[in-house]
Design a protein around this ligand. Structure first.
Ligand code: CP3
Length: 354
């Protein structure tokens, strides 16, 4: 099963490519009618995640629609991990994720343990089945949440909060939060290594809420644990390096520190100019990003203009993977996503001339 398109894997390792590869965070999702159809058949979002055949079907949908995508990403969710840790994940129609139980009491936190990876076997089965079905078309990305981001859901019990419960814990009982983060980091290492063993060809750590922290707290409660994970990951599988992408949403203030933890690639949200980010990290890491997903709600002309700006800002040379600065929104017209992909392919070749 030879990989037919390794542009993405090469760019992650800052090797030369003919053009800038591109994928979209949340590329399999509600903006696609075929996704909404599959979700209806499966019954719910979680049933799509927990059934490897549905997860495979949905992972492939954006690739079938958009041949210009250079990577696929496992269809799942970061919250499968706290679910396996016994917190009881559920979704209510029209609302974000919630947990039946929260981790706030000292006794509950003392009882927290690394779950048996068998409880996440459906994820590893999905990875193998997706790899088989892809049959070498493009590489497959595996992923996990960062310990800090997962802990925000475990302590707060839901998304969309101001993080005051977990921040109070960070400042009043750092020992308790460190215990949660430590067990979660150990879990994520096993979880990502099992995804790699099942066939994930690159892995991404989503630190969606790291940007809510103060400078010192970010280093102590988020970055340190991502470093532990990166150090614990399988470096090579099937004769190829497995690149690691670390993405802290709202984290561009700390790019220099992020570049030191052993990741190959840093994800950028749209707030930072990618050219300045490149100067700050030098040749330590590749960069992934960073179009504002809201631009995809506008017009093909506006989208093309912004793609051109980002490519020009990054400039000549290797080490850029084009992406959105966060997940594609459910209101994105499908033709606008197509316009973005076409613009990246068309305008990026000039930056890769030998
Ligand atoms: O990128 C992909 O196509 C892969 C699939 C993927 C999903 N979630 C599917 C999903 C990935 C990589 C994630 C990661 C994830 N999940 C993150 C980190 C990235 C980020 O967005 O910051 C976070 C914080 C979550 C937790 C989560 N899952 C939230 C907050 C929500 C609800 C908000 C929303 O956008 O609806 C989800 C649900 C979710 N995860 C959906 C999808 C396609 C929508 C579910 C539906 O069909 O209704």
């Amino acid at each position: 099963m030879k990989l037919q398109n390794d542009t993405f894997l090469k760019a992650l390792m800052r090797e030369p490519t003919d053009y800038t590869p591109v994928w979209m965070m949340r590329q399999a999702g509600r903006y696609l009618p075929e996704y909404r159809e599959s979700r209806k058949t499966a019954g719910s979002f979680l049933q799509l995640c927990k059934n490897p055949s549905f997860a495979t079907e949905v992972t492939l949908q954006p690739l079938d629609r958009y041949p210009l995508l250079d990577a696929s990403i496992l269809f799942s969710d970061i919250l499968t991990v706290p679910d396996a840790m016994g917190l009881g994940l559920y979704f209510e129609e029209g609302e974000g994720p919630k947990f039946e139980r929260t981790l706030r009491e000292e006794a509950d936190i003392q009882k927290l343990a690394v779950p048996d990876m068998a409880s996440l076997q459906y994820v590893f089965d999905a990875v193998s089945q997706i790899r088989k079905t892809l049959n070498g078309r493009v590489p497959l990305i595996g992923f996990s949440g960062s310990p800090w981001t997962l802990a925000t859901y475990m302590v707060e019990g839901k998304g969309g909060t101001d993080f005051l419960t977990i921040k109070k814990m960070a400042y009043a009982r750092p020992d308790l939060l460190h215990r949660i983060l430590d067990i979660t980091a150990q879990t994520v290492i096993q979880y990502l290594n099992a995804q790699i063993a099942a066939g994930a060809q690159a892995v991404m750590i989503f630190d969606s809420w790291g940007g809510a922290l103060s400078h010192n707290a970010y280093i102590e409660f988020s970055l340190n644990y991502m470093q532990k994970i990166v150090n614990g990951l399988t470096r090579e599988h099937d004769g190829r390096i497995v690149p690691r992408i670390v993405f802290t949403k709202g984290g561009a203030l700390w790019l220099e520190a992020q570049a030191e933890i052993g990741a190959d690639v840093l994800g950028l949200d749209w707030a930072v100019d990618i050219g300045s980010a490149r100067k700050r990290v030098g040749d330590k890491v590749a960069l992934q990003g960073n179009l504002d997903p809201a631009i995809l709600l506008s017009t093909p002309a506006a989208i093309e203009k912004e793609v051109v700006n980002i490519l020009a800002s990054y400039g000549h040379g290797n080490g850029h993977v084009f992406n959105l600065g966060h997940g594609i929104t459910q209101w994105t017209p499908q033709e606008n996503a197509a316009a973005m992909l076409a613009a990246v392919r068309e305008h990026s070749r000039q930056y890769h001339s030998k």
